[in-house]
Design a protein around this ligand. Structure first.
Ligand SMILES: Nc1ncnc2c1ncn2[C@@H]1O[C@H](CO)[C@@H](O)[C@H]1OP(=O)(O)O
Ligand SMILES: [Mg+2]
Length: 289
């Protein structure tokens, strides 16, 4: 089935609502950061989760269900998937949510924490909203309608020379020596191209906003999940950027691999250096998840 609305602009209301919900969620996170944070771990001792992650996801999904009904819309949320909910993108209208992107930052008081909310219909991303809640910056983009930060149009950098670029990547939560070795080997090769610098904010969502505003030229990572990058994908694309797979093929939201960049020249130059390692797809049949 194909989901279409007869209304002139079917998803405008959903988009506006997502912005309101993201702001509300960010306020909850900001307040929670002021008191003691109790930390638990998920897949490993460095994969952190807090009561705030779970609480904020419940607030977001609860608000969306109340507004749009439970039956017609689907929800993929980081903490719901961690509890065993499916992570499969169908043609139905689907919300893809990371309540607290940058949980490690949140726990440590490192000042980049984002709420990421994306919406897909017929497996196509329709809009994305990222609220960088400690900086109080609202990033948003709708398919075909441009990308904004606090209602100002944003655009990727026009740098085509890799030697004049700043590149972002992260280290992930997997500490197996062979993966860490590949991550650092890739970073070393990129640093020595040479580029102006390597950076990382600790949140994939914020990293993508940094590509979208032109503060950096590219962000790539293997191991991220669909909820880390779904909203950012729309924002980067609408800011004039490109999304590719780490092997140079088309971007696949569920593949846990992504290169986002200001243009294809920069993206393909980075791709030449990336040492790929395996990451199980987000939509792989459920076993341990
Ligand atoms: N296994 C993994 N490998 C790489 N990045 C991951 C990851 N799990 C989560 N991330 C996300 O990547 C960024 C840091 O590497 C964060 O946005 C983090 O999201 P999180 O804070 O919501 O867990
Ligand atoms: Mg995340």
């Amino acid at each position: 089935t194909s989901y279409r609305s007869t209304m002139e602009d079917p998803w405008q209301k959903a988009y506006d609502f997502a912005v309101t919900v993201a702001r509300k969620a960010g306020e909850v996170i900001r307040k929670a950061g002021e008191s003691e944070i109790k930390v638990s771990t998920k897949s490993s001792t460095v994969d952190l989760v807090t009561k705030t992650d779970e609480r904020v996801e419940k607030i977001i999904i609860g608000s969306l269900k109340e507004e749009f009904g439970e039956g017609t819309h689907c929800f993929i949320g980081e903490e719901s998937v961690a509890k065993g909910e499916p992570c499969i993108l169908t043609h139905k209208p689907t919300w893809i949510i990371d309540p607290v992107d940058g949980t490690t930052n949140f726990v440590h008081g490192f000042p980049f924490v984002a709420v990421s909310i994306a919406f897909a219909v017929n497996k196509q991303l329709e809009f994305g909203v990222i609220y960088s809640c400690l900086e109080d910056k609202m990033y948003k983009a709708r398919n075909g309608k441009g990308a904004y930060c606090d209602d100002e149009l944003i655009q990727v950098s026009d740098v085509k020379d890799i030697n004049k670029s700043i590149i972002i990547s992260e280290h992930g939560t997997d500490r197996s020596p062979e993966k860490v070795k590949k991550i650092f080997s890739t970073m070393q090769k990129i640093l020595c191209i040479p580029v102006h610098g390597l950076r990382g904010s600790g949140t994939a969502a914020t990293n993508m906003c940094l590509v979208a505003t032109g503060a950096v030229e590219a962000f790539f990572e293997i191991g991220i999940h669909c909820w880390d990058i779904a909203a950012g994908a729309v924002i980067v694309k609408e800011a004039g950027g490109v999304l590719l797979d780490v092997d140079g093929g088309p971007f696949d939201l569920m593949s846990r691999r992504m290169v986002s960049a200001n243009n294809e020249v920069i993206a393909r130059r980075i791709i030449k250096e990336i040492e790929i390692f395996s990451a199980e797809r987000d939509d792989a049949p459920i076993q341990k998840k």
